[in-house]
Design a binder for this molecule. Structure first.
Ligand code: NAI
Ligand SMILES: O=C(O)C1=N[C@H](C(=O)O)C[C@H](O)C1
Length: 246
């Protein structure tokens, strides 16, 4: 396949390696030094675009791919307030978009177990639930997209939680007081951490942790390339649940 990489930073470079290993060709690589090459005409030369840029640039890139008619795989996080608009546009205009807050298979297994665990813990009110995400210091958004998906999984299955609130624990703000029906997500930023997520259930006598720790970015990159391959000849909006068989 001919692939356009929209965002050639940490993830774009990792995806390039995996894509080449799997026999694909990179026909366009965009970062902030060559934005003049980011055109509808150039996007039409690609079978698929893989988008890992920034919260402030992702919507423009989705729009350009829709204009070009080029299917797009979106890994960028921090734009989900616009998700329903994009979903509607994708359906109305007959376009193709694959999105995931996390493309790693291990995280998607964790998403599944998280829902099962929340269903069980719904019956055990003596446990409080909280969440922690740790990422590298260059990360622009918080909480992470993955933490949002995990929080949504808990809220869907646990009656005593109705929403979530994020706390960037960087020393500038005290831990917020949250109401009993709010799930607190603590975001920590530490040098070079690719992504660690923990959902904890804590009672006065014990603690259960569901934790996923990425050792590097290979899992995210491999999942994104597999999604791009899977998307070939499909129309509509998809995510990892459509691709995986559990
Ligand atoms: N869904 C997933 O599995 C994963 C998602 N991510 C998300 O992917 C995004 C990118 O992450 P990183 O590669 O670590 O960031 P990064 O900061 O290393 O790379 C972003 C790149 O985008 C480029 N860029 C700037 N303007 C652009 C434009 N208009 N169009 C295209 N590219 C542009 C920058 O020059 C930079 O090279 C983040 O939102 C991150 O949260 C990261 C890892 C996994
Ligand atoms: O910015 C990152 O690096 C990551 N972002 C994604 C997220 O926000 O969940 C996925 C992964 O955790 C790495």
């Amino acid at each position: 396949m001919k692939i356009a990489l929209l965002g050639y930073g940490k993830m774009g470079k990792e995806i390039e390696q995996i894509a080449l290993q799997r026999g694909h060709e990179i026909v366009l690589k965009i970062n902030d030094t060559n934005l003049d090459e980011l055109t509808v005409e150039n996007l039409r030369k690609a079978d698929v675009a893989i988008e890992f840029s920034m919260p402030s640039t992702v919507l423009g890139n989705i729009d350009l791919c829709f204009q070009a008619g080029t299917p797009i795989v979106v890994g960028t996080t921090g734009w989900y307030d616009q998700f329903e608009n994009i979903k509607t546009r994708c359906a109305e205009e007959g376009k193709t978009l694959f999105h995931a807050t996390n493309f790693s298979i291990g995280v998607n297994i964790t998403f599944h177990i998280n829902k099962v665990l929340a269903k069980i813990m719904n019956g055990f009110n003596e446990y409080e639930v909280e969440m922690e995400e740790i990422h590298h210091t260059q990360k622009l958004d918080h909480p992470s997209g993955t933490a949002i998906t995990l929080a949504e999984g808990v809220i869907e299955h646990m009656e005593r939680k109705k929403g979530f609130q994020a706390w960037l624990n960087d020393g500038t703000e005290a831990k917020p007081e949250v109401s009993a029906d709010t799930l607190l997500i603590e975001a920590l930023r530490q040098e070079a951490v690719p992504g660690t997520h923990t959902v904890s259930y804590i009672s006065s006598i014990d603690r259960i942790d569901l934790r996923h720790e990425a050792f590097n970015r290979k899992g995210f990159a491999t999942g994104a390339v597999i999604a791009a391959e899977w998307l070939k000849d499909k129309k509509g909006i998809f995510t990892m649940k459509d691709l995986l068989s559990f």
